[in-house]
Design a protein around this ligand. Structure first.
Ligand code: ATP
Ligand code: MG
Ligand code: MG
Length: 555
């Protein structure tokens, strides 16, 4: 986090500082609307805004852009704060709400009216749209545009006082109905909407539009660089117009800078769509480990470090592109590989009986938690006459290069002995193999210096004695298509991956899992990285697979 990044945004800021703009200060903000949980796209914006503030010894505000009460909720306000903190950023005492500025924004609107720069329009929403024109067709002025200042002041006051029904009137700026930029064709600044606001309650029945509230919130907070995504490029002239025309002198002149939003393959990234997945039960909640939300990634087992690393690697640019989700997976592997303790777990157990091993004997074998990180220490694992191996590690009729177990063949059980498969027992009805019978060679104990023979395969296993039962949840992409919006018919829910969750209920884990920090995330030997899910109870361990070991990210 400490090394300075480079990007076109850094170049702009460097220039501004050289020219002495805004007293050579850098003040950014992250302005989420509390209408959903944050996703990995927001993480990019968070890392950028808080990161830049840190790099330039500046400040970054957390501001809730809460100007649309019908969609907003305190649940979201709380989750957003938790997620930003978890990502490793702090706003100290700089937590703001656009709703705190409602009085000031109202004054600014009155100033505009007094200056002849805003009017109350009685056209319906539909008529306004029609009058606005298109890219190829200039707009038409509203018949209410020439109302007197007195009439406008009176009507706006009465809008505020609740004399008119929702949607019956709006306040619009007087700019230019023939501007090639549609955003400048008398944009709406205020609308009437009776909705209880999560902070201001029923105090207001008129609410400012984003294009009015956002620039003024920035200016009121002394923001210097207002970083947003490219969809707002066309709004920049309006952003500047609002700040310059409301008749207030602000201590900074904030500058809007746009960058390309993050798109990630095999997922969707808009709160509206994510909310649909939650509301319609496609996932268990906002923090379902398949969701691209920060809370979903956290529950899945992602670390804040891996997400920050991902945001650094993707960088910031103007050109929109879709990042392969394999890069995100690569980042978590890179983070966990050096620090996750290795343990043994068998996900789909096959019973293996060692016929020449004494009945009832339990041997405690020493095993390191990490082959390259001795600091993680060692533990003892039990070995007994009955152990379980992975079903896929045994084949009755193996192909040529199968170096795992099959009749007459030998493998090493990791940290234990070389065993040889003697015969199998099948279920009489189904013909399914239910037991593999082996003999072990006592002279081949790992670490005893007597392991004379080498064998090609080494298998992980869990002894029946002291094994812990667990449920393991395996996750795959939530969508089958790289771009879920690319479906021919219907919407993105058409290409939901029906196999995005696989629940394995009979898994076995070695006992004595590490606890504390090291106990947060593990590598299950040969399989992948796993973390405990909060569904874990006294009776049952529940694990999430964070990511498998196989890295498909081509460097
Ligand atoms: P969504 O469409 O997902 O609801 P939004 O832009 O409406 O996103 P906001 O709560 O307004 O969500 O976003 C807060 C900040 O996060 C904004 O500055 C926005 O530009 C940024 N942001 C949102 N989505 C992305 C993304 N995919 N990539 C980068 N930044 C994003
Ligand atoms: Mg937004
Ligand atoms: Mg939005």
């Amino acid at each position: 986090m400490d090394n300075k990044l480079t990007s076109f945004i850094h170049d702009i800021i460097d220039d501004d500082l050289r020219q002495g703009k805004n007293n050579r200060t850098v003040h950014t903000r992250f302005p989420p609307e509390p209408n959903g949980y944050l996703h990995i796209g927001h993480a990019k914006s968070i890392c950028l805004n808080f990161g830049i503030a840190k790099e330039y010894n500046g400040l970054c505000n957390l501001r809730f852009d809460d100007t649309n009460p019908s969609k907003e909720d305190v649940e979201y306000v709380d989750s957003i704060q938790e997620d930003v903190k978890w990502l490793g950023y702090s706003w100290d005492d700089r937590l703001f709400y656009a709703s705190d500025y409602f009085d000031k924004l109202y004054e600014c609107a009155v100033n505009l009216i007094k200056a002849g720069k805003a009017y109350v329009d009685d056209l319906s929403a539909e008529e306004i749209r029609e009058y606005r024109g298109t890219l190829t067709k200039p707009g038409k002025e509203s018949p209410y545009r020439n109302r007197s200042i007195e009439e406008n002041l009176d009507l706006f006051q009465r809008m505020k006082d609740g004399e008119f029904p929702d949607g019956s009137r709006v306040l619009r700026a007087i700019i230019d109905m023939s501007s090639p930029n549609i955003n400048m064709r008398d944009p709406v600044l205020y609308r009437i909407q009776r909705a209880k606001h999560h902070r201001t309650g029923d105090k207001w029945c008129i609410y400012p539009m984003y294009d009015f509230a956002h620039p003024l919130s920035d200016a009121l907070e002394g923001i210097t660089h207002s970083i947003c995504t490219c969809e707002f490029e066309d709004h920049r002239p309006l952003y500047d117009w609002v700040i310059q025309n409301v008749g207030v002198s602000f201590k900074t002149q904030p500058q809007q800078i746009e960058f390309a939003r993050l798109n990630l393959s095999h997922t969707v990234m808009s709160k509206r769509k994510l909310k649909k997945l939650v509301d319609e039960g496609y996932v268990r909640g906002w923090d379902d480990p398949r969701m691209p939300t920060i809370s979903g990634l956290r529950r899945r087992g992602y670390t804040p470090e891996s997400i920050r690393d991902f945001c650094e690697r993707i960088g910031v640019a103007k050109a929109v592109s879709t990042v392969d989700i394999a890069l995100l997976e690569h980042c978590i592997r890179e983070d966990l590989n050096p620090k996750a303790p290795r343990v043994m777990a068998v996900l789909r157990p096959l019973k293996l009986v060692i016929d020449n091993y004494p009945e009832g004997q339990v041997e405690w074998l020493e095993a390191e938690y990490h082959p390259e990180n001795p600091a993680l220490g060692v533990r003892k694992i039990p070995f007994s006459k009955v152990v379980y191996i992975e079903q896929e590690d045994f084949m009755e009729d193996p192909p040529k290069k199968f170096f795992r177990l099959s009749p007459g063949k030998e493998v090493r059980l990791k940290y234990a002995y070389i065993i040889k498969c003697e015969y199998v027992v099948k279920d009489e009805q189904t013909g399914e193999i239910i037991e593999v019978h082996c003999t072990y060679d006592p002279a081949t104990k790992s670490g005893s210096g007597t392991e004379t023979r080498k064998v090609k395969g080494t298998l992980h296993w869990v002894a029946e004695a002291h094994a812990l039962k667990a449920e393991v949840r395996l996750y795959d992409h939530l969508f089958t298509k790289e771009n879920p919006d690319d479906v021919k018919e219907g919407d993105f829910t058409q290409c939901i991956n029906p196999h995005s969750l696989e629940v394995l209920k009979d898994c076995l884990i070695e006992p004595n899992l590490p606890t504390g920090d090291a106990g947060q995330r593990f590598q299950f030997l040969r399989q992948g990285y796993y973390t405990l899910d909060p569904d874990t109870t006294e009776e049952l361990l529940v694990f999430n697979r964070i990511v498998s070991l196989k890295d498909s990210w081509a460097k």
